[in-house]
Ligand binder design. Structure first.
Ligand code: PHE
Length: 456
């Protein structure tokens, strides 16, 4: 039985809340996933569709989650139980998502730290060699050590608490992230020949528009805004009742989208210069960051190795603030449930995360012949969480709010501190539009994951 902690801590200001939530939203998804999806789905047209979705569907889902957290002052498991005990399962289902994601996200976080370490120790050139990435990830000890570094840094920040840990770290890391990204983007756009890449990102080619563009943009929006995994509920529970919730959501959306565009402007022009914009290089997916980008930096000479270091430190900051939100969500559930101190809860969650991360990291080496429904171990966890559980949680929560609780509950909570100018849009969306769109993502991403359909 959940007992509400005597006094729940909160972020000290709206800025603190917005930076922490934007820190969660801006992550690996913005930096490598957005640019390659943008490249694959017709550049500017993908951007237009994406923006339209963020400010309607994304807005609806994000405001719902934050308002649920602020209303109940509880982490996701307790929050749904308090709203309606018959829907407790939805809280548990949401809570399972960060438990699954955090371990494998930390494996990738570890790779990022390793590349950053390579660049600052002058080994950037070596990182561009053919086979470097594969050799590294297929090892045993080295990827585990880097994974541990990443998890432990995250854990230390979480142990320091909401205000002194998460808020303080976000206030330093997020502005640094923006500045470093601007430096890399300007450098990349100033390379001779970059203009074709810039044009590619910005100018919409309407002939490339299709249902696939919409589905891909929707999937990306979900992931990028850290929706449907209890994160925004948890962060919302740390938001003061008098902070303007609607304004905060708009600011998070702009931050997240702005960073995705900036990332596209750093990566796409650089890849255009390097490879003349070859389809293969641009749409290489995950390997874009660890294989193509080091080659691009290497081809830029001395300046390239500095820019490579800057690039990996910014990716590290982005991944770290996202991992913090994942860990905090799990820690806060454990604390609400068992009434533990923050330090003990964090230690337990850290240990579990490390154990659960082992299969994902070993899946590239010792256990590389393990295949789950045709996927490697890390990809399997990614598929289950992002393609199945997240859309399912989002679908159930829109049905729950739209038809069981009614949108009024959310509207009332938001209006405690905001004018809620888009409340009409919100009520229609949460009830009628969001469930249909989310169901479409669920079906298409499951079919695509099973190799039966190709939207991504
Ligand atoms: N929103 C993050 C990104 O864009 C991804 C993320 C997923 C963050 C899950 C936290 C949890 O990369």
């Amino acid at each position: 039985m959940e007992v509400r902690l005597a006094k729940r801590t909160s972020f000290s200001s709206r800025l603190g809340f917005v930076l922490a939530a934007a820190g969660s939203a801006v992550g690996l998804g913005n930096i490598w996933r957005f640019p390659y999806l943008c490249a694959r789905y017709g550049g500017g047209i993908f951007l237009v569709v994406y923006l339209a979705l963020v400010f309607t569907l994304g807005f609806t889902l994000m405001i719902t989650e934050i308002a649920i957290g602020r209303k109940t002052q509880l982490s996701v498991v307790g929050a749904y139980r308090q709203l309606d005990s018959k829907w407790s399962f939805l809280g548990i289902l949401s809570a399972a998502v960060p438990v699954i994601i955090l371990p494998y996200y930390s494996v990738i976080g570890g790779w990022v730290v390793k590349y950053f370490a390579d660049y600052i120790t002058g080994a950037g050139h070596a990182a561009a060699a053919d086979g470097y990435f594969t050799d590294f990830v297929s090892g045993t000890a080295s990827p585990i050590v880097w994974l541990l570094v990443f998890v432990l840094v995250t854990a230390v920040i979480i142990m320091m608490g909401v205000k002194k840990g998460i808020e303080k770290a976000s206030k330093i890391l997020m502005p640094a992230l923006v500045i470093l990204s601007a430096v890399v983007a300007v450098y990349s756009m100033c390379q001779p020949g970059a203009i074709d890449g810039i044009r590619y990102v910005i100018v919409p080619d309407f002939s490339q528009f299709s249902a696939d563009t919409v589905l891909a943009a929707m999937g990306q929006m979900f992931y990028s805004m850290s929706l449907a995994m209890g994160i925004m509920v948890t962060y919302g529970s740390y938001m003061k009742k008098n902070e303007d919730l609607e304004k905060a959501v708009k600011q998070i959306e702009w931050f997240d989208t702005g960073m995705a565009i900036l990332a596209a402007l750093m990566i796409i022009p650089a890849v255009f210069v390097f490879s003349g914009g070859s389809e293969e290089a641009l749409t290489a997916g995950p390997s874009l960051m660890f294989i193509t980008m080091p080659k691009v930096f290497d081809s830029m000479g001395v300046g390239g190795s500095v820019i490579g270091g800057v690039f990996f430190v910014l990716v590290f900051f982005a991944a770290l603030t996202s991992a913090m939100s994942l860990m905090e969500t799990v820690v806060s559930i454990v604390r609400d449930k068992f009434q533990l101190r923050r330090t003990s809860a964090t230690l337990i969650v850290t240990a579990i995360t490390i154990v659960l991360a082992m299969p994902s990291t070993l899946g590239f080496g010792l256990w590389s012949n393990v295949s789950l429904i045709g996927m490697g171990i890390l990809d399997f966890f990614d598929f289950i969480s992002n393609s199945v559980m997240m859309p399912l949680v989002a679908l159930l929560s829109t049905i729950f709010i739209g038809f069981i609780m009614t949108p009024k509950v959310i509207v009332d909570e938001v209006m405690l501190s905001s004018e809620f100018t888009r409340r009409k849009l919100y009520s229609v969306f949460v009830k009628w539009v969001a469930p249909v769109l989310v169901a479409a993502i669920l079906v298409s991403s499951v079919l695509q994951g099973l190799g039966l359909f190709h939207a991504f």
